[in-house]
Ligand binder design. Structure first.
Ligand SMILES: [Ca+2]
Ligand SMILES: [Ca+2]
Length: 291
């Protein structure tokens, strides 16, 4: 990139960071540091920006570090996306380490033989205001026969702590015949490979509001979200009766696909197909009068 192109890209990065919702670092931006032996290439289609960089496994240790160009301005959940170009020479386990300043928050793995040419969500982490975000990709563990591709990295602001709800529709959700919606009040999905407590409400029929508690876990690869809930609603389920629901679903916005076995279902008191859905006021509101 010539000096003018580099200047323009730096200005664009500054603006996107000021918007506080998204930061994109291209492989040949000033905020990307490639150490070791990397080859710039345009051979395979679908790359972001001018080109992509490749490093051969084994031999020298090669590292691509993508820094947010300015300090993270909002503490909360940021979701990491990456791009590569696909091909049979690629590693099937490219490891992206996500740092909050100097603290490693999580390591996400991508099969670069597949899904190239588009932004792919790797997973989400909590980042801290005032720190520099970093996504580090290296060829550690990659065999000599394979390459790792560094093309671009994107941080997407997901949400701050406690300012939104998480909604799961079962059998079509509240408002459809036989449908139920579970609302995790202020619930922010856990980072990959972790669990969090869930507290919220269950809405079903036309006026039923139950109270739910439970636990929610996200698989290490970010593909499967599992939540186990206990709900009471005496006038609906009966006095002293606790409904149990075991729900598995693939998170909204995940682009790496569901695991093959995932049925996206609730196997419990409210059995049926399940999906994460956008929350509406109709389900998030907690009325003082209900069954
Ligand atoms: Ca190498
Ligand atoms: Ca690129």
């Amino acid at each position: 990139m010539n000096w003018l192109g580099r200047l323009i890209s730096v200005i664009l990065i500054g603006l996107s960071a000021q918007a506080n919702s998204e930061v994109v670092i291209d492989s040949d931006d000033n905020s990307a540091t490639l150490t070791g032996t990397w080859t710039q290439a345009k051979t395979d289609p679908g790359f972001y920006g001018n080109d992509y960089a490749t490093a051969q496994g084994a031999g020298t240790a090669d590292t691509a570090r993508f820094f947010s160009p300015r300090a993270i301005t909002s503490t909360g959940i940021w979701c990491i996306q990456a791009r590569w170009t696909s091909g049979t020479t690629r590693t099937t386990s490219a490891k992206y380490q996500v740092y909050d300043g100097t603290t490693l928050r999580n390591t996400f793995t991508a099969n670069q033989q597949l899904n190239g040419g588009a932004w792919r969500r790797l997973g989400c982490v909590t980042l801290t205001a005032g720190k520099t975000g970093e996504v580090r990709l290296s060829d550690t563990g990659v065999s000599a026969a394979n390459i790792v591709v560094a093309d671009g990295v994107r941080w997407v602001w997901e949400e701050g702590p406690g300012n939104s709800d998480f909604c799961i529709a079962v059998s079509g959700g509240f408002g459809t015949s036989g449908g139920t919606t579970f609302v995790g009040k202020g619930f922010v999905a856990p980072s990959n490979g972790t669990c969090k407590p869930w507290s919220g409400i269950m809405r079903t029929a036309s006026t039923v509001v139950g109270t739910s508690t439970g636990a929610a876990c996200l698989s290490n690869d970010g593909k499967l979200f599992t939540v186990t809930l206990q709900t009471t609603a005496p006038e609906w389920f009966g006095i002293g009766v606790t409904a149990t629901d075991h729900i598995e679903l693939c998170p909204l916005g995940a682009t790496l696909g569901c695991p093959a076995h995932a049925g996206q279902s609730d196997r419990g008191t409210n059995s049926g197909p399940a999906a994460q859905v956008a929350c509406t006021a109709a389900v998030s509101t907690i009325p003082s009068s209900h069954d």
